[in-house]
Design a protein around this ligand. Structure first.
Ligand SMILES: [Zn+2]
Length: 412
C-alpha cells in the first residue's frame, strides 16, 4: 500500500527525470489533493486546508487534540521520490490501518507545505507557520523572478495582499494564521539522506535532536578601478578580505563534534574581469547539535572577521546574521515510545542526531514530536537516484502504525 501511494506521488512532477514538485506550485497542490483522495470514501475523515497551504486529513469534527503523523510533498528541482513523500505515504497507510480497528481514534495526517524552501530560500514554511515561527518580514521575500511571497499567497487565496504604508511608503504584510487543529503528539518518518544507518547496519534511526542552523552575510565594500593602471598599493579591492576568510572557514569547526560550516553563495560587483571589485559578499552557514557549539562557532567567525579586517584603507567589512534556527531536542516520551515499538517488532535501532532540518523540528516547538529515519541507499538524497530498500520503506509505515496505536493508548 505504501508503495502504491509513493508511486502515485512520484508521477506528479513537472519533469520526467527525477521529481520536481516545488513548494507553492500547482504540482505540490496536486500532490496534496492526491493524498487527500486516500480518504475520499471515508465519511469521518475531513480535509482541512489552512492559511499557509498545509493540508490536514482529520478523523473527527472537533479541534482536537489529535495524534498526528506527517511530512511534506514538495521537492527540490530534480529531487528524489522519497524525501518527504515517505512520511506522508507512511502516515496515510498507518492511519487507514488504525481506523479499520478503531473507527473513532483522534488521528490526523499533516502535509506541511513548502518544506524545502527552494523558491524563497526559507525552509519549513508550513510547519513553522503552524508553530507560530514565521515573521511578517518573511512574507516580503522575493523569488529569483522578483515575485513576492505575500503576493503569491494572496494569489492562491491564502493571505491578504501586502499593503503600502502611508507614512513610510514601504510594503507591509502580516501573516494571518490560526492552527486548525491541536496536536497531542506528532511523529514523522523520513529517509536518512546520509550514510550512518547503512554503516551501522541498523534499519531505524531514532532522532534525539536536530542541529541548529545559523546564517550570516559577510560583506565588504571598496572601490572600483582599472585592473591594469591601479597600482597594488592604491587598490581598495573588496574581494580580498572576503576571499581570505572563506578559505579559513573549515578551521572554525575544528574540535566541535558534528559541527559543519559552509559558504554556499557569494558574489562580487561589478564582476568584470578587468575591473577591481567594489563589493563582495558571502553567505556563511554553520550547524551544530547544541547551542553552546553554535555560540562557539559564531564567536570564532566574529573573531576571524575582526582579525582579517579590511587590509587596505577604505575597505569596509561587516557581518550580519540572516537567520538562526536553534538546535531542537525531540520529545523524550515520543522517542522512548518509538524505541519500544521497534523493540517489540524486533527491529534494531540506533539513536542519532540529524544535521538536516525537518518539519518535526517546527512541531517540537508546540507539541511532543518525534522523528525517525530509514536508511538511504548510498547515502544520497536531493537527486533522482535517491532510494531505499523496499522492505525498509514498508517498515516505515509499520512503525508509524505501531507508534500511533501506542500513542493513542498513552494520550487517552
Ligand atoms: Zn524532507
Amino acid at each position: 500500500m505504501i508503495l502504491k501511494h509513493l508511486t502515485k506521488f512520484k508521477k506528479i512532477s513537472a519533469t520526467k527525470e527525477g521529481v520536481t514538485r516545488l513548494g507553492h506550485s500547482e504540482w505540490e497542490e496536486k500532490a496534496h489533493a492526491a493524498a487527500a483522495a486516500a480518504f475520499s470514501r471515508s465519511r469521518r475523515v475531513r480535509t482541512v486546508k489552512d492559511q499557509a497551504g498545509n493540508t490536514f486529513l482529520v478523523n473527527g469534527t472537533g479541534p482536537g487534540p489529535y495524534v498526528v503523523m506527517g511530512s511534506h510533498l514538495d521537492t527540490v528541482p530534480n529531487g528524489g521520490w522519497l524525501d518527504g513523500a515517505l512520511g506522508v505515504a507512511g502516515a496515510l497507510v498507518a492511519m487507514q490501518r488504525v481506523l479499520s480497528k478503531r473507527r473513532n481514534a483522534p488521528l490526523a495526517v499533516a502535509i506541511w507545505a513548502d518544506e524545502e524552501g527552494y523558491r524563497f530560500g526559507n525552509g519549513l514554511w508550513g510547519s513553522r507557520a503552524f508553530a507560530g515561527k514565521v515573521s511578517d518580514e518573511e512574507l516580503l521575500l522575493l523569488d529569483g523572478d522578483g515575485v513576492m511571497l505575500a503576493e503569491l499567497l494572496a494569489e492562491r487565496g491564502l493571505q491578504k495582499k501586502p499593503r503600502r504604508s502611508r507614512e513610510t511608503g514601504e510594503l507591509q504584510a502580516k501573516l494571518v494564521y490560526k492552527p486548525p487543529i491541536e496536536i497531542a503528539a506528532y511523529c514523522e518518518a523520513h529517509i536518512e539522506q546520509g550514510g550512518q544507518l547503512i554503516a551501522a547496519d541498523k534499519r531505524i534511526g531514532i532522532v534525539t535532536r536536530v542541529s541548529g542552523i545559523r546564517r550570516w552575510r559577510l560583506q565588504s565594500s571598496g572601490e572600483t578601478n582599472h585592473a591594469g593602471t591601479t597600482p597594488m598599493r592604491e587598490r581598495r579591492d573588496a574581494l580580498v578580505p572576503i576571499a581570505g576568510m572563506v578559505g579559513r572557514l573549515p578551521q572554525l569547526v575544528r574540535g566541535i563534534s558534528d559541527g559543519v560550516i559552509t559558504c554556499g553563495a557569494m558574489g562580487i560587483e561589478p564582476g568584470v574581469a578587468n575591473v577591481i571589485p567594489s563589493r563582495a559578499w558571502a553567505i556563511v552557514e554553520h550547524r551544530a547539535p547544541t547551542d553552546r557549539d553554535q555560540e562557539e562557532i559564531a564567536r570564532r567567525l566574529k573573531e576571524l572577521v575582526a582579525t582579517t579586517g579590511p587590509r587596505a584603507p577604505g575597505v569596509g567589512l561587516d557581518m550580519a546574521q540572516i537567520s538562526a534556527v536553534r538546535p531542537t531536542a525531540m520529545s523524550g516520551e515520543v522517542t522512548d515510545l518509538l524505541e519500544s515499538v521497534c523493540r517489540k517488532a524486533g527491529v534494531e535501532t540506533m539513536r542519532m542526531g540529524s544535521m538536516a532540518a525537518h518539519d518535526a523540528m517546527s512541531i517540537a516547538q508546540v507539541a511532543a514530536a518525534g522523528l525517525f529515519f530509514i536508511p538511504s541507499l548510498r547515502g544520497v538524497s536531493h537527486r533522482p537516484d535517491e532510494d531505499s530498500r523496499r522492505e525498509d520503506i514498508k517498515l516505515a509505515g509499520e512503525i508509524l502504525y505501531d507508534w500511533a496505536l501506542a500513542e493513542l493508548e498513552r494520550v487517552s
